[in-house]
Design a protein around this ligand. Structure first.
Ligand code: NAD
Length: 258
Protein backbone atom coordinates (compact mmCIF):
# COMPACT_ATOMS: atom_id res chain seq x y z
CA UNK A 1 0.00 0.00 0.00
CA UNK A 2 1.37 3.45 -0.85
CA UNK A 3 2.05 6.03 1.82
CA UNK A 4 -0.22 9.03 1.24
CA UNK A 5 0.90 12.44 2.51
CA UNK A 6 -1.30 15.48 2.48
CA UNK A 7 0.79 17.68 4.79
CA UNK A 8 3.19 19.83 2.81
CA UNK A 9 5.73 19.86 5.67
CA UNK A 10 5.74 16.06 5.84
CA UNK A 11 6.04 15.94 2.06
CA UNK A 12 9.12 18.21 2.15
CA UNK A 13 10.87 15.98 4.70
CA UNK A 14 10.03 12.70 2.97
CA UNK A 15 10.84 13.98 -0.50
CA UNK A 16 14.19 15.45 0.62
CA UNK A 17 15.18 12.11 2.08
CA UNK A 18 14.10 10.05 -0.90
CA UNK A 19 15.71 12.40 -3.40
CA UNK A 20 18.97 12.38 -1.43
CA UNK A 21 18.94 8.55 -1.19
CA UNK A 22 18.26 7.86 -4.88
CA UNK A 23 20.99 7.37 -7.44
CA UNK A 24 19.16 7.96 -10.70
CA UNK A 25 16.00 10.02 -10.70
CA UNK A 26 13.71 10.49 -13.68
CA UNK A 27 10.95 13.08 -13.60
CA UNK A 28 7.79 12.28 -15.53
CA UNK A 29 5.65 15.37 -15.93
CA UNK A 30 2.17 16.14 -17.21
CA UNK A 31 -0.08 19.11 -17.82
CA UNK A 32 -0.50 19.62 -14.06
CA UNK A 33 2.98 21.08 -13.67
CA UNK A 34 2.00 23.95 -15.97
CA UNK A 35 -1.39 24.86 -14.47
CA UNK A 36 0.36 27.21 -12.03
CA UNK A 37 1.77 28.97 -15.12
CA UNK A 38 -1.80 29.60 -16.29
CA UNK A 39 -1.98 26.77 -18.85
CA UNK A 40 -5.04 24.65 -18.13
CA UNK A 41 -4.76 20.86 -18.02
CA UNK A 42 -7.13 18.55 -19.88
CA UNK A 43 -9.00 17.31 -16.81
CA UNK A 44 -10.32 20.70 -15.68
CA UNK A 45 -13.80 21.66 -16.84
CA UNK A 46 -14.67 24.70 -18.95
CA UNK A 47 -11.20 25.80 -19.99
CA UNK A 48 -9.78 27.22 -23.22
CA UNK A 49 -9.05 23.58 -24.18
CA UNK A 50 -12.70 22.56 -23.89
CA UNK A 51 -13.62 25.45 -26.18
CA UNK A 52 -10.73 24.71 -28.59
CA UNK A 53 -10.06 20.97 -28.38
CA UNK A 54 -7.12 19.61 -30.38
CA UNK A 55 -8.14 17.99 -33.67
CA UNK A 56 -7.25 14.28 -34.03
CA UNK A 57 -4.55 13.44 -36.59
CA UNK A 58 -6.80 11.60 -39.06
CA UNK A 59 -9.21 14.55 -39.19
CA UNK A 60 -6.33 17.01 -39.59
CA UNK A 61 -5.03 15.01 -42.55
CA UNK A 62 -8.48 14.48 -44.07
CA UNK A 63 -9.19 17.98 -45.36
CA UNK A 64 -7.93 21.54 -45.74
CA UNK A 65 -11.07 22.66 -43.88
CA UNK A 66 -10.09 20.77 -40.69
CA UNK A 67 -6.48 21.94 -41.03
CA UNK A 68 -7.70 25.55 -41.11
CA UNK A 69 -9.88 24.92 -38.07
CA UNK A 70 -6.90 23.32 -36.33
CA UNK A 71 -4.73 26.41 -36.97
CA UNK A 72 -7.53 28.71 -35.82
CA UNK A 73 -7.76 26.80 -32.51
CA UNK A 74 -3.98 26.68 -32.16
CA UNK A 75 -3.58 30.45 -32.55
CA UNK A 76 -6.54 31.11 -30.23
CA UNK A 77 -4.90 28.90 -27.58
CA UNK A 78 -1.53 30.59 -28.13
CA UNK A 79 -3.14 33.98 -27.53
CA UNK A 80 -4.61 32.77 -24.21
CA UNK A 81 -1.22 31.40 -23.10
CA UNK A 82 1.17 33.97 -24.52
CA UNK A 83 2.27 35.19 -21.07
CA UNK A 84 2.85 31.70 -19.64
CA UNK A 85 6.25 31.42 -17.98
CA UNK A 86 7.88 28.64 -15.93
CA UNK A 87 6.64 28.38 -12.33
CA UNK A 88 8.23 27.16 -9.11
CA UNK A 89 7.65 23.49 -10.05
CA UNK A 90 9.57 23.88 -13.31
CA UNK A 91 12.36 25.76 -11.51
CA UNK A 92 12.62 23.11 -8.80
CA UNK A 93 13.07 20.43 -11.46
CA UNK A 94 15.64 22.61 -13.26
CA UNK A 95 17.53 23.02 -9.96
CA UNK A 96 17.49 19.26 -9.31
CA UNK A 97 18.76 18.64 -12.85
CA UNK A 98 21.53 21.22 -12.38
CA UNK A 99 22.48 19.53 -9.10
CA UNK A 100 22.69 16.19 -10.92
CA UNK A 101 19.85 14.71 -8.88
CA UNK A 102 17.38 14.38 -11.77
CA UNK A 103 18.95 12.79 -14.85
CA UNK A 104 16.05 12.95 -17.30
CA UNK A 105 12.79 14.87 -17.61
CA UNK A 106 10.25 12.81 -19.52
CA UNK A 107 7.35 15.12 -20.29
CA UNK A 108 3.96 14.84 -21.92
CA UNK A 109 3.82 18.60 -22.13
CA UNK A 110 4.13 20.54 -25.35
CA UNK A 111 4.56 24.00 -23.83
CA UNK A 112 8.38 24.19 -23.78
CA UNK A 113 8.40 25.41 -20.15
CA UNK A 114 10.96 22.86 -18.90
CA UNK A 115 13.49 24.21 -21.38
CA UNK A 116 12.47 27.80 -20.58
CA UNK A 117 13.15 27.10 -16.89
CA UNK A 118 16.75 26.13 -17.68
CA UNK A 119 16.68 22.35 -18.11
CA UNK A 120 19.15 21.58 -20.95
CA UNK A 121 17.35 20.30 -24.07
CA UNK A 122 19.48 17.13 -23.94
CA UNK A 123 17.86 16.18 -20.62
CA UNK A 124 14.28 16.71 -21.81
CA UNK A 125 12.31 13.97 -23.55
CA UNK A 126 9.17 15.40 -25.17
CA UNK A 127 6.88 12.44 -25.73
CA UNK A 128 4.12 14.50 -27.31
CA UNK A 129 6.30 16.91 -29.22
CA UNK A 130 6.48 20.69 -28.90
CA UNK A 131 3.79 23.24 -29.64
CA UNK A 132 6.11 26.23 -29.86
CA UNK A 133 7.02 25.57 -33.50
CA UNK A 134 5.74 23.66 -36.54
CA UNK A 135 7.15 21.10 -38.95
CA UNK A 136 6.48 19.90 -42.47
CA UNK A 137 5.01 16.40 -42.39
CA UNK A 138 6.67 15.76 -45.78
CA UNK A 139 10.29 16.94 -45.49
CA UNK A 140 10.46 17.50 -41.70
CA UNK A 141 11.79 21.07 -42.05
CA UNK A 142 11.03 23.39 -39.12
CA UNK A 143 8.61 26.33 -39.58
CA UNK A 144 8.25 29.14 -37.07
CA UNK A 145 4.70 29.76 -35.87
CA UNK A 146 4.92 33.52 -36.47
CA UNK A 147 5.50 32.93 -40.20
CA UNK A 148 2.82 30.22 -40.40
CA UNK A 149 0.36 32.55 -38.70
CA UNK A 150 1.16 35.47 -41.02
CA UNK A 151 0.54 33.30 -44.08
CA UNK A 152 -2.60 31.75 -42.58
CA UNK A 153 -4.12 35.13 -41.74
CA UNK A 154 -3.12 36.70 -45.07
CA UNK A 155 -4.40 33.86 -47.28
CA UNK A 156 -7.06 32.23 -45.08
CA UNK A 157 -5.60 28.90 -46.19
CA UNK A 158 -3.70 26.25 -44.25
CA UNK A 159 -0.06 27.06 -45.14
CA UNK A 160 1.94 24.47 -47.10
CA UNK A 161 5.69 23.87 -47.11
CA UNK A 162 7.87 24.82 -50.11
CA UNK A 163 8.13 21.07 -50.79
CA UNK A 164 4.32 20.95 -51.05
CA UNK A 165 3.99 19.04 -47.76
CA UNK A 166 1.45 19.73 -45.03
CA UNK A 167 2.64 21.93 -42.16
CA UNK A 168 1.55 20.94 -38.65
CA UNK A 169 2.56 22.00 -35.15
CA UNK A 170 5.45 19.82 -33.93
CA UNK A 171 3.13 18.07 -31.48
CA UNK A 172 1.89 14.50 -31.50
CA UNK A 173 -1.85 14.69 -32.14
CA UNK A 174 -4.27 12.03 -30.92
CA UNK A 175 -3.93 9.17 -33.40
CA UNK A 176 -0.46 10.20 -34.63
CA UNK A 177 2.49 7.82 -34.24
CA UNK A 178 4.69 8.38 -31.21
CA UNK A 179 8.18 9.78 -31.94
CA UNK A 180 10.52 6.76 -32.07
CA UNK A 181 13.66 8.44 -30.80
CA UNK A 182 11.90 10.07 -27.83
CA UNK A 183 10.22 6.78 -26.95
CA UNK A 184 13.59 5.01 -27.02
CA UNK A 185 15.19 7.70 -24.84
CA UNK A 186 12.29 7.58 -22.36
CA UNK A 187 12.56 3.80 -22.21
CA UNK A 188 16.29 3.97 -21.47
CA UNK A 189 15.88 6.72 -18.84
CA UNK A 190 13.10 4.72 -17.17
CA UNK A 191 15.17 1.55 -17.00
CA UNK A 192 18.09 3.53 -15.59
CA UNK A 193 16.19 5.24 -12.77
CA UNK A 194 15.78 3.94 -9.25
CA UNK A 195 13.25 6.69 -8.48
CA UNK A 196 10.60 8.15 -10.75
CA UNK A 197 8.77 11.32 -9.76
CA UNK A 198 5.42 11.47 -11.59
CA UNK A 199 4.36 15.09 -11.27
CA UNK A 200 1.04 16.56 -12.40
CA UNK A 201 -0.21 13.77 -14.62
CA UNK A 202 -3.51 11.93 -14.41
CA UNK A 203 -1.52 8.94 -15.71
CA UNK A 204 -4.28 7.83 -18.04
CA UNK A 205 -2.75 8.71 -21.42
CA UNK A 206 -0.89 5.79 -23.02
CA UNK A 207 1.72 4.92 -24.14
CA UNK A 208 3.18 7.75 -21.98
CA UNK A 209 1.74 6.39 -18.72
CA UNK A 210 3.47 3.12 -19.48
CA UNK A 211 6.77 4.64 -18.30
CA UNK A 212 5.86 4.91 -14.59
CA UNK A 213 4.50 1.36 -14.88
CA UNK A 214 7.78 0.20 -16.45
CA UNK A 215 9.78 1.97 -13.73
CA UNK A 216 7.88 0.02 -11.07
CA UNK A 217 8.27 -3.25 -12.97
CA UNK A 218 12.00 -2.54 -13.00
CA UNK A 219 12.01 -2.12 -9.20
CA UNK A 220 12.31 1.65 -9.10
CA UNK A 221 10.33 3.59 -6.50
CA UNK A 222 7.43 5.65 -7.80
CA UNK A 223 6.41 8.90 -6.15
CA UNK A 224 3.27 10.61 -7.45
CA UNK A 225 2.72 14.31 -6.79
CA UNK A 226 -0.84 15.28 -7.67
CA UNK A 227 -3.63 17.11 -5.89
CA UNK A 228 -6.10 14.42 -7.01
CA UNK A 229 -6.14 10.65 -7.33
CA UNK A 230 -4.44 9.21 -10.42
CA UNK A 231 -4.88 5.99 -12.36
CA UNK A 232 -1.59 4.61 -10.99
CA UNK A 233 -1.99 5.42 -7.29
CA UNK A 234 -2.26 1.73 -6.46
CA UNK A 235 1.29 0.96 -7.67
CA UNK A 236 2.98 4.05 -6.16
CA UNK A 237 5.29 3.87 -3.14
CA UNK A 238 4.50 7.39 -2.01
CA UNK A 239 1.68 9.72 -2.99
CA UNK A 240 1.89 13.41 -2.19
CA UNK A 241 -1.60 14.82 -2.56
CA UNK A 242 -1.03 18.57 -2.65
CA UNK A 243 -0.20 21.42 -5.02
CA UNK A 244 2.98 21.00 -7.05
CA UNK A 245 4.36 24.48 -6.36
CA UNK A 246 4.02 24.22 -2.58
CA UNK A 247 5.50 20.71 -2.55
CA UNK A 248 8.50 21.48 -4.77
CA UNK A 249 9.18 25.02 -3.55
CA UNK A 250 12.11 24.10 -1.22
CA UNK A 251 13.85 22.24 -4.04
CA UNK A 252 14.02 25.38 -6.13
CA UNK A 253 16.48 26.65 -3.50
CA UNK A 254 20.06 25.52 -3.79
CA UNK A 255 20.74 24.80 -0.11
CA UNK A 256 17.80 22.44 0.52
CA UNK A 257 19.58 19.18 -0.24
CA UNK A 258 22.94 20.08 1.30
P1 NAD B 1 -4.05 15.72 -17.41
O1 NAD B 1 -4.69 17.00 -17.85
O2 NAD B 1 -4.71 14.46 -17.76
O3 NAD B 1 -3.86 15.70 -15.85
C1 NAD B 1 -3.29 16.74 -15.13
C2 NAD B 1 -3.17 16.25 -13.71
O4 NAD B 1 -2.46 17.21 -12.95
C3 NAD B 1 -4.50 16.03 -13.02
O5 NAD B 1 -4.48 14.74 -12.44
C4 NAD B 1 -4.58 17.12 -11.93
O6 NAD B 1 -5.16 16.64 -10.75
C5 NAD B 1 -3.12 17.43 -11.71
N1 NAD B 1 -2.86 18.83 -11.36
C6 NAD B 1 -3.17 19.93 -12.10
N2 NAD B 1 -2.66 21.03 -11.53
C7 NAD B 1 -2.03 20.63 -10.39
C8 NAD B 1 -1.32 21.31 -9.38
N3 NAD B 1 -1.13 22.63 -9.42
N4 NAD B 1 -0.83 20.59 -8.34
C9 NAD B 1 -1.01 19.23 -8.27
N5 NAD B 1 -1.66 18.54 -9.23
C10 NAD B 1 -2.16 19.23 -10.28
O7 NAD B 1 -2.57 15.79 -17.95
P2 NAD B 1 -1.64 14.66 -18.54
O8 NAD B 1 -1.63 13.48 -17.64
O9 NAD B 1 -0.37 15.35 -18.88
O10 NAD B 1 -2.32 14.14 -19.90
C11 NAD B 1 -3.02 14.95 -20.78
C12 NAD B 1 -2.42 15.22 -22.15
O11 NAD B 1 -2.63 16.60 -22.36
C13 NAD B 1 -0.95 15.02 -22.33
O12 NAD B 1 -0.82 14.21 -23.43
C14 NAD B 1 -0.38 16.40 -22.69
O13 NAD B 1 0.35 16.30 -23.90
C15 NAD B 1 -1.57 17.25 -23.00
N6 NAD B 1 -1.58 18.62 -22.45
C16 NAD B 1 -0.43 19.34 -22.33
C17 NAD B 1 -0.46 20.62 -21.78
C18 NAD B 1 0.83 21.40 -21.66
O14 NAD B 1 1.75 21.22 -22.47
N7 NAD B 1 0.95 22.27 -20.67
C19 NAD B 1 -1.66 21.15 -21.32
C20 NAD B 1 -2.82 20.38 -21.46
C21 NAD B 1 -2.77 19.11 -22.02
Amino acid sequence: MPIILTSVEDAHKELSKRIADAEHIAAFTGAGISTESGIPDFRSKDTAWTRNPPIPFNEFMASEKTRMESWRRKFTMDDTMKDAAPNIGHYAIARLVADNRIHAVITQNIDGLHEASGVPAAKIIELHGNGTYAKCLGCDVRHELSAVRRKFEASNRAPACLCGGIIKTATIAFGQSMPEQQMRRAHAATLQCDLMLAIGSSLVVYPAAGFPVLAKENDADLIIINREETALDSIADLIIRAGIGEVLEPFAKRDRLN
